[in-house]
Ligand binder design. Structure first.
Ligand code: AMP
Length: 284
């Protein structure tokens, strides 16, 4: 496994692989790798001949009062995980390598970045789009892999790629969960045992939504009310949003019909967690 810390190095490794006709798969991450990330790596290894994992805690996607400084950076453990998963190349640049000067160019995906997390994390998605645009330009992958866990991010990136005619395919992989339903996340390590238990109410609330829709309830304010009751069982949970939206446009739905995305963001202590599920009411 090669580890590149500069753009020059990463480009030369990828160029060599491409000249041998290899299909290049990219898994962009912020590190602190877990089973969610490795599921993307495994998928990339199945589809592609050469797997690149980027590990970069991207400063531009964090707000001023967010956890950029304290975000975990266990690089040695991450490299070991990549090695164990037969990753071909890890790109682990410094912030200066990615942002050598003040960044003046941004990619603004309109509309899709406004609801859900867009309301609570101003500037977050332009940080995500610029870093992905840079990674795609540096690595030139044939395919890039993202998790359904960050549903809005995946939709925004897919749209950026389509609107800018970027020559790669975006694949979105299912959310990996702990046995108790909690979506695996690098931020779960901020949680105490007690908070981890409380956090399972997020998935319970999403499951309630699925159950109600399956049983024929379509009135979204009513469904959201029931979901809220579950989260309120634990007063330490501070709800940011509970939304039921069209899974393509992310617009709020009055009636839960078609391809529906139910999404929650909540804070437990100072840890912000997000989760979602997709429900297709046409599927039986
Ligand atoms: P992050 O390192 O948190 O920026 O995540 C890197 C990629 O892994 C993103 O595409 C995430 O959506 C994906 N990811 C994170 N957690 C999970 C999970 N529990 N299941 C599936 N994918 C995940």
């Amino acid at each position: 496994m090669k580890v590149a810390r500069t753009i020059k190095e990463v480009r030369s490794h990828v160029k060599a692989a491409r000249s041998k006709g290899k299909k290049i798969g990219l898994v962009p991450t912020m590190g602190a790798l877990h089973s969610g990330h490795t599921s993307l790596i495994e998928r990339a290894a199945r589809d592609c001949d050469y797997v690149v994992v980027s590990i970069f805690v991207n400063p531009t996607q964090f707000g001023p009062n967010e956890d950029f400084e304290k975000y975990p950076r266990p690089i040695e453990a991450d490299l070991k995980i990549c090695e164990e998963h037969s990753v071909d190349l890890v790109f682990n640049p410094s912030p200066k390598e990615v942002y050598p000067a003040e960044n003046l160019t941004w990619v603004n995906v309109e509309k899709l970045t406004e609801p859900l997390c867009g309301q609570f994390r101003p500037g977050h998605f332009r940080g995500v789009t610029i870093v992905c645009a840079k990674l795609f330009n540096i690595i030139l992958p044939d395919v890039a892999y993202f998790g359904q866990k960050d549903a809005q991010q995946a939709i925004v990136i897919r749209r950026m790629v389509a609107d800018l005619n970027m020559p790669l395919k975006i694949v979105v992989c299912p959310t990996i969960r702990e046995q108790n339903g909690l979506a695996v996340s690098s931020r779960n390590q901020y949680l105490s045992e007690r908070q981890r238990k409380d956090a399972t109410l997020i998935y319970k609330s999403l499951q309630k939504c699925k159950e109600l829709i399956r049983d024929g309830t379509t009135d979204t304010p009513k469904i959201i009310g029931e979901m809220r009751k579950i989260l309120q069982q634990e007063p330490s949970i501070e709800i940011e949003y509970i939304s039921i939206v069209n899974a393509e446009t992310l617009q709020n739905l009055e009636q839960a019909k078609g391809r529906v995305l139910a999404a929650i963001a909540a804070k437990i202590g100072s840890t912000r967690l997000i989760d979602n599920i997709l429900i297709d009411t046409h599927e039986k």
